[in-house]
Ligand binder design. Sequence first.
Ligand SMILES: Cc1cc2nc3c(=O)[nH]c(=O)nc-3n(C[C@H](O)[C@H](O)[C@H](O)COP(=O)(O)O)c2cc1C
Length: 210
Amino acid sequence: MPRFTPGGLDDAGWSTLLTGALVPRPIAWITTRSPSGVVNLAPFSFVTVAATAPPTLAVSIAHRNPVKDTLRNLRDTGEAVVHLVPASLAAAANASSAPYPPDTSEPAALGLDLGPMPPLAVPRLAAADIALACRLERILPIGAPSAHLVLLTVVAADIAGEVAGADGLPDAQRFRAWARLGGSAWLAPDTWRLVHMPRPRSIDASSETS
Ligand SMILES: Cc1cc2nc3c(=O)[nH]c(=O)nc-3n(C[C@H](O)[C@H](O)[C@H](O)COP(=O)(O)O)c2cc1C
């Protein structure tokens, strides 16, 4: 069996290997808010449950200069809402990954309704079946840094009745969300079929896919 060691692949190669191997990954569709009130929205598939007591999520945000709006807003305000991508909104989730400038609100640009998410000031996506209100616990730089691992404490969880069991908690028979596979592949929640959606590299390209 072929074996790869750190020197045998460049950064892009490791990205292709690891994102192709760790599949499927959930997609955290995250709203944050700048101190001046601009609501930001972006998808992140480097995400998992980090702990349950306290309930904690881990999200990895790749380094960019200037840093991604989500990381900057988390540093500035300490708040985020994590959603899972509902069946009808994959194109919008992909479009929200386009390089919108910091003063542009992706939900407004993409026509996505927002609603309150107390106790946070940052709003939630109205259409999401599950929304997790989170406060920043810690940011861990990784590498030079090449990424920042963000630990988020869940302080409130909204679960729609349609996707819940009798106990009000997510029911595997009823709740499905889009997931990410390797490359540009996504896993559709209705039949778990594979769908290719390349990432929009410009805002213009994002409006074509939404
Ligand atoms: C399905 C999907 C998953 C993504 N996952 C990540 C991720 O885990 N980490 C990351 O840094 N960027 C990820 N991205 C890219 C970000 O969404 C993109 O850089 C976005 O512009 C960041 O937005 P912001 O600057 O508003 O925070 C992903 C994009 C898509 C379409």
